[in-house]
Design a protein around this ligand. Structure first.
Ligand code: C2E
Ligand code: MG
Ligand code: MG
Length: 508
């Protein structure tokens, strides 16, 4: 039972106990009964018996209250850590994307500009004077940036020396340009820390929402601002660039990428590599995740991040997802025939899961492989923050569960409302995002978040698997925190299936 609900039950039962014991003592001759009890047992004193009887429910109430308080605290901590940068306390990238989405959703959402600011040569200063000096510098810059904002603006830190701003106002692009000029001036003002004077500059990319560009969504605005920021760097730094593109040209490129990818699907250029998943306690391999690779005839081996963007929110994502599911079932069947009993995780997008016929098509697919052990198939839903219809997703997942198929929430902690997904979606596994595992040994904040995630996972009755384990130390830490399973280069990278099977033979 989830911790919070359990705590409420405990509290209720303890209070009832308190009530019952007072009634017993007052109404039902309880004192007489206790007195007789103390006489029958010489070692028992009447006043001690009375006191224990009165105190027990109080003690129980106190423990249940503490449990409830802990669960509340863990959930609040996680929410804060997931949304704010620990150094500057500014919103982080996840929170910023949500704020940007909110700004885009407003009635006058046409007038928004996004600015990405990257400090020039900051890493060199960091190396020269040390990380503590770098942190102080970032704090000074974030405070100065605050000074350049109006009430309708938002500021965030994306990590390292990168900041982001939303400028929301009519004639937003001109206003953003004025603000960029002010910020550049502010950055050039020398900073004094511990007797050292440093002079900084910044490169800024601006992208504005516009009807000609099809009222871009947050991810497009950010990508465009990022491109513009890189152009500002190429232009010699210490300046700003406004993004400007011929939209039709952009669309044409995407169309070509999709056609090429469709051909790759038809010509067997795609393959699922397998990465092992292990039980942290015993080190035993319990399954594998299937990760997509493209053997491009000209460009060689390509990784998903370099080609999946073109399929986003497009029927091609469904075609790919169905291919992945079919390959997954075939792999499970092959293992079954070799006597290997491992789980297999495959990745699909929210766009695919939300298709109205997802369930019926999965049923058809499963029917084509009746001997494949479908109860070992696990579906990882990637980019869960694109799950626009949670109720529909939850219904579909529940129906798939009746077929024996399980679900995992991928990259947990990186989406803006992971807690909601945890509560609403009937998943069996929570996968802690690699970005948290990476710095768990050095970054106390990440450690706190991971602890809270593990606790939350178990609170909601899920198995917890940490992604991206690269060192023994990370493995031991995660195991000591109660994380059950792991995946990462420490065990193996994703391997072609034959190599995976050979690797499996080497395992105890
Ligand atoms: P993911 O599902 O979170 O997969 C984990 C990614 O982390 C994989 O990258 C894996 O190779 C990498 N990884 C695993 N362990 C380590 C480690 O210890 N250190 C480091 N640095 N990296 C590690 P990959 O294969 O490039 O996949 C990237 C993402 O592409 C996946 O993230 C998933 O979101 C998406 N993807 C992969 N295959 C598919 C697919 O078949 N369909 C869909 N829709 N998306 C896929
Ligand atoms: Mg995955
Ligand atoms: Mg992941």
């Amino acid at each position: 039972m989830p911790l919070q609900r359990q705590a409420k039950w405990d509290l209720g039962i303890a209070l009832l106990g308190l009530l019952a014991s007072s009634v017993l003592l007052q109404q039902l001759d309880g004192f007489e009964w206790l007195y007789q009890l103390s006489r029958q047992h010489e070692a028992w004193q009447l006043d001690e018996l009375l006191l224990s009887m009165m105190l027990m429910p109080l003690v129980l109430s106190w423990f249940s209250y503490r449990r409830w308080q802990e669960a509340q605290q863990a959930s609040a901590e996680l929410q804060h850590q997931a949304l704010f940068d620990p150094l500057t306390q500014l919103p982080n990238r996840t929170h910023f994307t949500q704020l940007l989405q909110d700004a885009c959703n407003q009635d006058d959402g046409g007038n928004i500009s996004v600015m990405l600011l990257d400090l020039d040569n900051f890493q060199a200063l960091n190396r020269r004077y040390g990380a503590a000096f770098g942190d102080q510098l970032l704090l000074v810059i974030s405070q100065r940036l605050w000074g350049c904002l109006d009430l309708c603006d938002q500021l965030a830190r994306f990590g390292s020396d990168e900041f982001a701003l939303i400028s929301g106002h009519c004639d937003s692009q001109q206003r953003a340009i004025n603000m960029a000029e002010r910020i550049l001036l502010m950055c050039r003002t020398p900073v004094h820390i511990d007797g050292v004077e440093v002079r900084l500059s910044a490169s800024i990319g601006i992208s504005s929402r516009s009807a000609e560009l099809g009222q871009q969504q947050p991810e497009h605005l950010l990508r465009q601002a990022n491109n513009a920021m890189h152009d500002a760097k190429l232009n010699g730094k210490d300046g700003y660039v406004c993004f400007n593109v011929d939209d039709s040209q952009c669309k044409q490129v995407q169309q070509q990428q999709r056609q090429r990818f469709k051909r790759a699907l038809q010509h067997n250029e795609l393959q699922l590599y397998l990465q092992p998943q292990v039980a942290l306690g015993s080190g035993k391999v319990i399954g594998a995740e299937a990760l997509l690779r493209w053997h491009h005839p000209q460009q060689g081996l390509r990784f998903p991040d370099s080609f999946l963007t073109a399929t986003e929110q497009h029927p091609l994502a469904v075609e790919l997802g169905e291919w992945v599911l079919e390959q997954g079932l075939q792999q499970l069947l092959r293992w079954q025939q070799q006597g290997i009993q491992l789980k297999l995780s495959v990745n699909i997008t929210p766009y695919h899961l939300l298709q109205p016929d997802f369930l019926s098509r999965l049923q058809l697919l499963i029917a084509r492989y009746p001997d494949a052990p479908r109860h070992r198939l696990q579906i990882e839903v990637v980019e869960t923050n694109n799950l626009t219809d949670l109720r529909h997703a939850a219904d579909t997942m529940r129906q798939c569960g009746l077929l024996g198929v399980k679900f995992a929430l991928d990259d947990f902690g990186s989406g803006h409302s992971s807690l909601t997904y945890l509560r609403e979606l009937p998943a069996q596994v929570l996968k802690i995002d690699r970005s948290f595992t990476r710095d768990i040994m050095e970054d106390y904040n990440d450690l706190v978040v991971v602890k809270a995630m593990i606790r939350l996972g178990y609170t909601y009755g899920l198995e917890v698997l940490a992604e991206g384990i690269e060192t023994e130390a990370q493995q031991q830490k995660l195991h000591s925190l109660g994380c059950g399973y792991g995946q990462g280069y420490l065990y193996a990278k994703a391997l072609p299936p034959q190599e995976f099977d050979a690797w499996l033979q080497t395992q105890p």
